[in-house]
Design a protein around this ligand. Structure first.
Ligand code: FCB
Length: 480
């Protein structure tokens, strides 16, 4: 375990929060008129998730919301980033709003506000109504139009009671893992569909952003959360590897950043993917819509990516098939090898490299200096054990957080306008294809009893928020 500097301090207006997502914590999958989402279908399909786990019960947050918010208050959280399940609001993805669904989020928002915790609401964290997938899903344009209606319903209902509206969480995952590699719902594997999904997700962001603005004006902040990739060449001296970096950067980062922030698609992206699609799904006016002005850009960071241009006979050392860098996710990039990174690793097999956090924040801010940044997810899965004293001494998670939050501090020191940090996650939850096997929470969930137990990292995080100074890894065990 590394002991990192503990002198790092953060200003009073730096926002500390924790994040979750609807399908990962809520449970109550068929309650209150909720319709099925692609994740219900996917997780109930044999072989798609580890141990056949589903989000049917998850952390039972739907029934424990009031206690969970009280726990957030005890933790000292200043903001809570949650997502809204589209099929709770519109069970089939279109038409009138379902009152019971709206009421749940309305109560959540009021509960947060009454505890002085800022609600940061994400409209889409991957639970597409199944009916919309049956009609074609994200590769078809109509899904984006339906998303605009859904956004308008929510903005009208919750309006300025929400501090920040985030349109999408990680459209990279929705497009490339959902329609490219198929390791996420709906599990389709077609590169051209994945690229059409990229555009329709971008369009959904623009349409929803505009609708929210129309309804709430300047009374709430507008944002989107991207999982931007830090991509390193295997051999920085090898031009082919640098070109592989350029190609993956276009697919991973610029395919979202440029339409959203510059109103254009990168020319090299269109060229690289020309064998799969002519991008004729981009219609006149779309880019203008997508470039709706945002107030803050959310960034999720976990680990780095290393690539090499494949050469005949060269050893292929592909990264773990489920890792974010899984090769099969990337359309028209069969000749790029994704390499295993130097360790250490988390229980996801993701490499731990806090320098990537500083590098990412610094490079985004160099390109888009006028846009404030927010770290909307960062955290780690490790194998947690409950000790004889009843505590979970998750030193490795604390150490990960110390390193990465320090890295955020370094970016701030270098002049990057990063305004807050949300730990992923508030509590253990349904980690998508990995089910309940991978635990990211700072609060442990006992999936038998659904009891919540603070891990050492939760006490440590509370101390950080209270003092605004990074506590040492070693101190975590003694905090209570
Ligand atoms: C991100 C997702 C989040 C969680 C973390 C570990 O990609 O947004 O739901 O699964 O990874």
């Amino acid at each position: 375990m590394t002991s990192l500097p503990t002198s790092r301090t953060f200003p009073d207006d730096f926002l500390w929060g924790a994040a979750t997502a609807s399908y990962q914590i809520e449970g109550g999958a068929t309650e209150g008129g909720r319709g099925p989402s692609i994740w219900d279908t996917f997780s109930h399909t044999p072989g798609k998730t580890l141990n056949g786990d589903t989000g049917d019960v998850a952390a039972d947050h739907l029934h424990r919301m009031v206690d969970d918010v009280a726990m957030m208050k005890d933790l000292g959280l200043q903001a809570y980033r949650f997502s809204i399940a589209w099929p709770r609001i519109q069970p089939t993805g279109s038409g009138a709003a379902n009152r019971a669904g709206l009421d749940f989020y309305s109560r959540l928002v009021d509960e947060l506000r009454s505890h002085d915790i800022k609600p940061v609401a994400t409209l889409y964290h991957w639970d597409l109504p199944q009916a919309l997938e049956d009609a074609g899903g994200w590769p078809v344009r109509d899904t984006a139009l339906r998303f605009e209606d859904y956004a308008r319903l929510l903005a009208t209902e919750l309006g300025d009671r929400v501090d920040t509206w985030t349109t999408l969480n990680e459209p990279w995952c929705s497009a490339y893992l959902g329609y490219g590699s198929g390791v996420h719902a709906p599990g389709r594997t077609d590169g051209a569909d994945a690229l059409a999904a990229v555009h329709h997700l971008n369009l959904a962001h623009g349409l929803a952003g505009r609708a929210i603005r129309e309804v709430v004006g300047d009374h709430a902040q507008l944002s989107v959360t991207l999982n931007l990739h830090v991509i390193r060449p295997d051999d920085p001296q090898r031009p082919e590897d640098l070109d592989a970096v350029r190609q993956i950067d276009a697919l991973a980062n610029r395919a979202f950043l440029e339409p959203m922030l510059d109103g254009r698609y990168p020319a090299d992206l269109l060229q690289d993917t020309a064998a799969l699609t002519d991008w004729s799904f981009v219609q006149d006016g779309d880019l203008e819509t997508i470039a709706v002005p945002i107030d803050v850009l959310g960034i999720n960071y976990y680990s780095t990516t290393r690539v090499r241009r494949h050469t005949e006979g060269g050893a292929v050392e592909r990264a773990d098939g489920h890792a974010p860098s899984a090769a099969s996710a990337w359309p028209a990039a069969d000749d790029v090898d994704f390499l295993r990174q130097p360790g250490p690793y988390t229980a996801m097999g993701w490499n731990i490299d806090p320098t990537g956090m500083t590098e990412l924040l610094t490079s985004v801010s160099a390109t888009y200096p006028h846009i404030p940044l927010m770290v909307t997810e960062n955290g780690a899965a490790f194998v947690d054990e409950v000790s004889a004293d009843g505590r979970v001494h998750d030193d490795l998670r604390v150490s990960y957080l110390v390193g990465h939050i320090d890295a955020v501090g370094q970016a701030r020191e270098a002049g990057v306008d990063v305004r807050g940090y949300f730990v992923w996650s508030l509590m253990d939850n349904f980690e998508w294809a990995y089910g309940y096997d991978r635990r990211f929470g700072i609060v442990r969930i006992d999936y038998e009893t659904l009891e919540r137990t603070w891990k050492d990292s939760a006490y440590w995080y509370r101390e950080l928020v209270r003092t605004r100074r990074l506590p040492s890894v070693e101190s975590a065990r003694d905090l209570s």
